[in-house]
Design a protein around this ligand. Structure first.
Ligand code: ZN
Length: 333
């Protein structure tokens, strides 16, 4: 099983440590890989970024080794104590295996072993949303509380749960797959192959797909906003069309936002978190969703849980994952 969280690894906790602990952290996304040298106080000493031009495990491992070398070079090649990689995937962390990574088209890839060959060190793997949640918990929007529910709505939809100061993994390490809870019995087809998933209505790719369908089937301000170029449609344009009181945009938004809001409210009822941390490009570019989420919690979550939860937005941005994976990789076992 995955390692359990110990005491909160805040920068304050480590202030008195006599020696510096440096971690090489990598955030492997679907398009880019970022690497950073991170110290025990969550400070990023250096950051490097590279595009993933190829998708085979060996090729990606080569890019990760390259971006790691660049981050090390920018930090004047310090001695590294720990290595960690956050990846948008389901994992068997203890075995260092990526079981499913939809963005990369991977199944059962021994990523830790591929990287150990290149970096000559053991490499800790963690799911990217859990890494980001841990980063926010330690040094960002989750500071000061031990019960956190994070929801990220970007091209996909995901979540991570910190309960009593521990990351919730579940018995087979797939807890928190919030994008794939079902919100309709016979609904839209999701990228996971199932129908009616929340992500199939709210995820950025699926919002854009619904906007395209609207432009192709009815008069809508979205057509003018994208200048006829359907491939340029984005959540920003959905927000703009809402401001123009466009009925088609409203229909898409009403359904997506109400499904998202009631789904989050239900999780608030179940988990009773102190803080809900919202992140991801869709919520950043279409802030009307955040308003509906707040209203949904008030209307639909259990009254005591609704009163207790504070709704905030992520504060570390893209660095949350790097900081989180660094802290997790360097945590005492
Ligand atoms: Zn799904």
């Amino acid at each position: 099983m995955s390692r359990r969280a110990g005491a909160r690894p805040t920068p304050l906790d480590s202030r008195d440590r006599p020696t510096r602990v440096l971690t090489l952290a990598i955030d492997l996304g679907g398009t880019f890989a970022r690497a950073a040298v991170v110290d025990e106080k969550s400070a990023l000493i250096s950051v490097a970024k590279m595009v993933l031009l190829a998708r085979t495990p060996e090729q990606v491992a080569d890019v990760l080794a390259e971006v790691a070398a660049e981050a090390l070079r920018l930090a004047d090649n310090p001695k590294i104590d720990h290595y960690g990689v956050a990846v948008a995937a389901q994992l068997e962390s203890d075995q260092g295996i990526v079981t499913i990574a939809p963005n990369l088209g991977w199944k059962d890839i021994p990523l830790s072993a591929l990287l150990k060959k290149r970096l000559s060190a053991p490499v800790y793997l963690v799911n990217d949303l859990r890494a980001a949640a841990w980063g926010e918990y330690a040094a960002g929007a989750g500071a000061g509380v031990d019960d956190i529910f994070t929801v990220v709505v970007g091209s996909g939809v995901g979540s991570a749960i910190i309960a009593g100061g521990e990351l919730l993994t579940g018995v087979t390490n797939v807890a928190g797959e919030f994008g794939h809870i079902k919100v309709a019995t016979e609904g839209r087809l999701c990228g996971c192959g199932m129908r009616g998933c929340l992500e199939a209505y709210v995820g950025g790719h699926h919002l854009i797909a619904q906007m395209k369908e609207a432009v192709q089937s009815e008069p809508t301000a979205l057509a003018a906003l994208c200048g006829g170029d359907l491939d340029s449609l984005s959540p920003v344009m959905l927000e703009e069309a809402l401001r123009l009181n466009d009925p088609a945009a409203h229909a898409i938004f009403e359904r997506a936002s109400s499904l998202l809001a009631i789904s989050i409210a239900n999780q608030i009822t179940v988990l009773n978190p102190a803080r809900l941390i919202l992140g991801g490009g869709v919520l950043r570019h279409a802030p009307s969703f955040v308003r509906v989420i707040r209203e949904g919690i008030e209307r639909h979550a259990g009254a005591v849980a609704a009163r207790a939860v504070e709704v905030v937005t992520s504060s570390l941005g893209d660095d949350a994952g790097l900081i989180g994976v660094a802290l997790l990789a360097s945590r005492p076992t």
